[in-house]
Design a protein around this ligand. Structure first.
Ligand code: IVH
Length: 688
């Protein structure tokens, strides 16, 4: 008898079941029927009670507990899984004639048999397959190459419209297929937040959905508000295909009853005219949907006929996808404005006569850089062809030559900065022009300030863009170090007005106190984030981390040569040259000096985890599963070990990953240096 069986777990188990059922029901009503049966407060209370019980009795916790919706498990890597049924793709076409051919071919092949089609939306997201056994979600896998995909179960469990446990009647063992989409509204909100944090926004909802499903931290994925659109019920060959299960339409209806969110926009059609009407309707109406679609899928509805029609090499003969053409309009170019980014990069923007395109009015679109304008051969007064595909951002794809005015001249790219008048430069091999006046060009200065205070940098959140602009305009802050000289007296009573004379922002007592407190707190920010906050071109969050870990302090980093800088993982020649140039500039030395004086952190503070590797020297080679190369080196140091670049008599261990260099292996064997794997290493540091 072990300890547990002496404790009566029955009441806990019953309560956990009860809580699970309640929470599941509330979730279902909320996400499927838009109904809130309880307040957020009450809901959170129940969820917390279940979480507490699961912590107390981990052996009773179900992998499909509703607590998994909020994530928490971390995926170091994603296991590769072979699909039980390959995930086929569909034949697809942009031509309605080919749809007409598909329909008449199918009709011929089926002869006298009565049948129908289903027309449904082709979701523009990430295809996944969900395996359910005995009504429980057991696995979620990406499409991958159709044969093998990645196991992303922990992340998929956080998607509210993926049922973790099924309701009513369901087959014992089947796969539900569908597409994970990022609804427009949530995607835009997410991208806005990313930009505010100084992160690169995602180009479209599909990329963002795909990136979210591959996040290591499932709690982060839970925040992304993804949706699952189910489009297919995959049953094993010997499954019951009678009743509702005899048609695709019926199968989706059945899936709805099991708890899947099946989109309502599916229609049974009996002839090509009905199919055409469905296509035409959604080609216009797609912009009113909350998520992106890129076409229509037409399937033969009767499951029994699928075998008769068979497969081609890659796709079934009983289905086809019609892809929407991107919508295109032509609209006159009114002017080109040039924006200056925080690194001085110039982005030309086309200001066009407003035009209705794919559900929104388009006024502006990027012209990328000088090469783009030249390649498109844009002339003054041209009309531009603007396109909107399944994505949100309109693209300029060409010039409407028929509307070119006689005698129009090619657009001349600017040579001077529109903000400060400096002569622009274009480095060799760079597509963009830059304004070199880093310290005198207002948008660059304000941009750098914005970056400096952003969440992933110094996190001075009480200073938004408007306040920074005001501090700059009033001459109180000219560079990032000036922030640390601000006083309460300078701040209180500051006001700025927008062009309409309406007050835009002001700072009172409380605001000033908050700003000063946040600035003070920023002095605790670790070196790697301070380095990122400096805003050196091409040094992102990850690069800054790697540089900080490698050089340990700013003095070593400032003294490094281009070659040394380029030996740091993920730092290429180009970035190395930029870092070198940045620190060769006397002004940046002074800036770092002032920030150091203000009390910012310019060295890695040792956060030793243990001393188990004291006096041990490691050489690291190859690729690892749980760590990047830089991370494993950092981990060794955190446990007291040293890392050396080459094997010698002093090496204690060769830590070998996959694809290790053969030379190192030979040398280690010759010198009798023990070769250890990542697993052995994890055991050594007590993490396994
Ligand atoms: S049916 C055997 N239905 O489009 C049937 N696919 O090449 C397989 N897709 O990546 C697919 N919406 O993930 C089907 N309503 C829909 C769909 C759909 C999007 C995706 C699918 C695949 C591609 C088809």
């Amino acid at each position: 008898m072990d300890l547990f069986s002496s404790i009566d777990v029955e009441p806990a188990l019953n309560r956990m079941k009860e809580l699970t059922e309640l929470i599941d029901r509330y979730n279902y009503e909320y996400y499927m029927n838009d109904q809130s049966l309880v307040s957020d407060y009450e809901f959170d209370k129940l969820l917390r009670e279940l979480q507490d019980l699961e912590r107390q009795y981990p052996e009773l916790a179900s992998p499909n507990s509703p607590t998994k919706r909020v994530g928490g498990e971390v995926n170091k890597t994603f296991r590769q899984v072979t699909h039980r049924f390959p995930m086929l793709s569909l034949g697809n076409t942009y031509s309605i004639e080919e749809i007409v051919d598909f329909e008449s071919r199918t009709r011929k092949l089926l002869g006298d048999t009565a049948f129908s089609y289903t027309c449904e939306l082709k979701y523009d997201g990430v295809a996944i397959g969900l395996t359910y056994r005995h009504g429980q979600l057991v696995q979620a896998v990406t499409r991958g190459n159709g044969t093998v995909g990645d196991d992303i179960t922990t992340n998929v469990r956080t998607i509210p419209t993926v049922p973790l446990r099924l309701r009513g009647q369901y087959p014992d063992d089947f796969e539900a297929r569908g597409e994970v989409v990022y609804p427009f509204k949530e995607f835009e909100e997410f991208n806005r937040q990313r930009e505010a944090d100084g992160d690169e926004p995602f180009a479209n909802p599909r990329n963002a959905a795909s990136g979210s499903l591959k996040l290591q931290d499932s709690a982060e994925c839970a925040k992304r508000k993804l949706q699952f659109c189910m489009y297919f019920l995959m049953l094993p060959g010997d499954a019951d295909s009678s009743g509702l299960y005899s048609t695709h339409y019926g199968r989706l209806e059945a899936a709805g009853m099991m708890g899947f969110k099946v989109q309502p926009h599916i229609k049974e059609c009996s002839n090509i005219d009905e199919i055409r009407a469905f296509i035409d309707y959604w080609d216009n109406e797609r912009w009113n949907l909350p998520y992106a679609i890129d076409g229509i899928v037409i399937k033969v509805n009767q499951v029994a006929l699928w075998d008769r029609l068979g497969l081609t090499a890659k796709s079934p003969r009983w289905a086809i996808a019609y892809k929407f053409k991107a919508q295109q309009v032509s609209t006159p170019l009114e002017s080109i404005t040039y924006q200056v980014g925080r690194t001085g990069i110039i982005t030309p923007v086309a200001n066009m006569q407003p035009v209705w395109l794919g559900g929104t009015t388009v006024r502006r679109a990027t012209l990328v850089n000088a090469d783009f304008i030249q390649k498109m051969d844009i002339h003054e007064g041209d009309s531009l062809l603007v396109e909107k595909g399944g994505e949100i951002i309109p693209k300029v794809v060409g010039v409407d030559l028929a509307k070119r005015k006689p005698g129009a001249l090619p657009v001349q790219y600017i040579t001077c900065c529109p903000e400060c008048g400096s002569l622009l430069v274009r480095a060799d091999g760079e597509a963009g022009h830059y304004c070199p006046n880093q310290d005198g060009c207002p948008p660059q200065i304000v941009g750098r300030l914005e970056h400096f205070v952003s969440r992933k940098a110094m996190n001075i959140d009480s200073l938004g863009s408007e306040r920074l602009e005001m501090l700059y305009d009033k001459g109180l802050v000219r560079d990032i170090a000036d922030l640390y000289d601000l006083t309460r007296d300078q701040l209180v009573g500051l006001e700025s007005y927008d062009t309409d004379g309406l007050r835009k922002t002001s700072i009172q007592d409380k605001g000033a106190a908050n700003i000063l407190a946040a600035i003070e707190k920023s002095k605790e920010v670790p070196f790697e984030r301070v380095l990122y906050a400096l805003g050196i071109r091409y040094v992102g969050e990850v690069g800054a981390k790697k540089l900080a870990r490698f050089f340990k302090n700013i003095d070593a980093l400032m003294a490094a040569s281009v070659e040394e800088l380029a030996t740091v993982e993920d730092v290429g020649e180009k970035t190395a040259a930029f870092i070198y140039d940045y620190f060769s500039d006397e002004r940046h030395h002074r800036l770092v000096g002032r920030l150091r004086q203000a009390g910012l952190c310019f060295e890695v503070v040792e956060t030793r985890q243990s001393n188990v590797l004291d006096n041990k020297t490691f050489v690291v080679s190859g690729v690892f599963e749980r760590f990047s190369r830089e991370e494993i080196k950092f981990s060794i140091e955190q446990h007291g070990g040293k890392v050396s670049g080459s094997i010698s008599g002093k090496t204690d261990y060769l830590l070998a990953g996959e694809k290790m260099g053969p030379e190192k292996l030979k040398k280690a064997e010759k010198l009798g240096v023990p070769i250890i794997s990542e697993t052995v290493y994890l055991e050594m540091i007590g993490e396994l």
